[in-house]
Design a protein around this ligand. Sequence first.
Ligand SMILES: CC(C)(COP(=O)(O)OP(=O)(O)OC[C@H]1O[C@@H](n2cnc3c(N)ncnc32)[C@H](O)[C@@H]1OP(=O)(O)O)[C@@H](O)C(=O)NCCC(=O)NCCS
Length: 151
Amino acid sequence: MLQKNKISLSLTPVLLTPAFCEAAAALHQTSFDCPWSKESFESLLSLPTTIGWIDEKALLVCSKVIDEMEILTLCVAPCFRRTGVAEKFLDYLFQYAAEKGVHRLFLEVSVQNTAAGNLYDKKGFRPIGYRKNYYKTKAGFCDAVCMEKIF
Ligand SMILES: CC(C)(COP(=O)(O)OP(=O)(O)OC[C@H]1O[C@@H](n2cnc3c(N)ncnc32)[C@H](O)[C@@H]1OP(=O)(O)O)[C@@H](O)C(=O)NCCC(=O)NCCS
C-alpha cells in the first residue's frame, strides 16, 4: 500500500467546464479500471445538476439537487497521492456545500477501496447501507458501501 508522504501539496481547483473535459478524462484514466471518456464528462456537464472542479492533480465531480449533493467521482493522479490532496478537495467541497445551504452529502464507494474508505471515514462520512454487486471489477463484482455526511 502507498505510504503516507510528509509533503502537503496545495490545491487550486477551477470549475470543470467543457474546455476541461479532455483533461478530466485523462485524469480519470489514471485512477479507474473503467474510466469515463471526454464525451461522458461533456454529457454529465450538460445536466444542470452537475458541478465539478479540476486541478492539475485531481478531479472532483458532484451532483447537486436542492440541499443534497452526491460525489460522483473523485480522483488524484497517482504521483500526487498521499500528500493530502483529496482531503483538501473534500474541505473545498464542504465549504462550497456550506455556502450553498447543502445539508447532506452522500456517495458510494467499493468495499474493496481501502484508500477511499479511509479517506471518507476520516472526513466524517458514515456508512448508511450497501449495494450488492454494484461494481464490475476485473475479478467479478463487488459491493458498494453508501456513505453520508450530514451538516
Ligand atoms: C482515494 C484517493 C482519492 C485518495 O487521495 P489522496 O490525495 O492520496 O488522499 P490524502 O493524501 O488526502 O489522504 C487522506 C486520507 O485518506 C486515507 N488514505 C489515502 N490513501 C490511502 C491509502 N493508500 N491507504 C490507506 N488510506 C489512505 C487516509 O486516511 C489518509 O489520511 P492520513 O494521511 O492521515 O493517513 C486516491 O487514492 C485515488 O484517487 N484513488 C483512485 C480513485 C478512487 O478510488 N477514488 C475514490 C472513489 S470515488
